[in-house]
Design a protein around this ligand. Structure first.
Ligand code: ATP
Ligand code: MG
Length: 331
């Protein structure tokens, strides 16, 4: 085969170097990048790894890829996940996954909840507590969970992030407010079962996978929370079930809501949508992840894909395939 027939795929990523704190919680392990690389190479693609550092534009120019497989988390701020996609859009380089607009909206949990609510989907009562004003909400029913408004990987969500009354809420907000800025989201805590739904594809080809239930085998605190600590040691605390033991109507509703959220935000190629089911049977949207972790054997997305009989390599190549199709590229 002629070199020009081989599609050149650049993997844009942020690789973890600091494991002593949660600063790089959303960054990827080198093993994840290697796994994506292997999946693409086994599919007959040429690969090059581009770390999303300050020199990313120069590296991009030198590598001159046909398409970018994007897992980069970006650098700072609420729009960080959109930074690499924005650069790629600017230079007209095709890439996998959602565009800068969808990634920016989804990163802001409160903004996403307002949009999702406008579609008639239930989401827990909430209030943004800004870094500047620190004003506490007076009208959210307790218990109230406090989490960063624009983080992922449960960064800033711990086993004691739930307040039972105003006094506890005040203490929790003081403790949780990030030193370097960033708002908090105070949300009604939904005490119920937890599910995550994976989506792959675009337009008429959207495939909503069977929900995966996150089952708490052992608690670290008084509440069921898929906290940072629990995710780090998930084998000790969690078991997963897919498809879950749920009445058909509830599974169907969750899948429908996930697809509505995906289409409303204009997500592309893949996303994961988190839900809680209240004790009285209401499905509550928690958040959407258009850039879900792809760590094999660890992240929820490849795990739920596995339960849906999509092996890791096929998943990676399916994501690339969705993007290539969108751009009308031959492969
Ligand atoms: N309103 C809520 N009611 C009950 N539990 C909640 C609520 N909000 C968050 N949680 C718990 O906290 C966990 C982390 O919250 P969330 O999914 O919003 O954070 P994240 O850091 O964006 O997660 P991800 O790793 O999926 O990106 C949830 O999986 C859930 O267990
Ligand atoms: Mg989540």
């Amino acid at each position: 085969m002629d070199r020009s027939d081989v599609l050149r795929v650049a993997i844009a990523c942020n690789i973890k170097t600091d494991r002593t704190s949660d600063i790089e919680a959303e960054f990827d392990e080198p093993e994840t990048v290697d796994a994506i690389k292997a999946a693409l190479r086994n599919g007959g693609f040429e690969t090059v790894v581009l770390e999303a550092t300050e020199e990313f534009p120069q590296k991009l120019e030198a590598a001159s890829p046909d398409i970018v497989f994007n897992i980069a988390e970006g650098r700072f701020g609420r729009s960080r996940e959109a930074q690499i996609p924005a650069i790629l859009e600017y230079y007209g380089i095709p890439f996998t996954g959602s565009d800068a607009a969808a990634l920016s909206v989804a990163m802001d949990k409160a903004m996403t909840k307002r949009l999702v609510r406008s579609c008639g989907i239930e989401t827990p009562a909430f209030c943004v507590i800004t870094h500047e004003e620190k004003e506490l909400p007076g009208d959210i029913p307790f218990p109230v969970l406090v989490k960063p408004n624009a983080e992922g990987s449960s960064k800033g969500v711990s086993d004691d992030s739930v307040a039972e009354d105003m006094t506890q809420l005040r203490t929790l907000v003081e403790r949780s407010m990030p030193d370097l800025g960033g708002d908090l989201l105070a949300e009604q805590y939904i005490d119920g079962r937890e599910f995550t739904v994976g989506i792959i594809g675009n337009g008429p080809d959207i495939r909503v996978l069977e929900p995966m239930e996150i089952i708490y085998r052992k608690l670290r605190g008084p509440h069921r929370i898929y906290s940072y600590e629990v995710k780090q040691n998930y084998q000790d605390y969690i078991s997963y079930e897919c498809p879950p033991d749920l009445p058909h109507e509830l599974t169907a509703k969750m899948k429908r809501d996930a697809e509505t959220v995906y289409r409303t935000l204009g997500c592309l190629d893949l996303a994961r949508v988190d839900f809680r089911l209240s004790e009285n049977g209401h499905v509550f949207f928690i958040e959407v992840n258009p850039l879900p972790g792809l760590a094999p054997g660890y992240s929820d997305f490849p795990m739920l894909a596995g339960y849906n009989k999509i092996e890791y390599d096929d998943l990676i190549r399916a994501i690339l395939g969705c993007a290539l199709k969108r751009y009308g590229m031959r492969w």
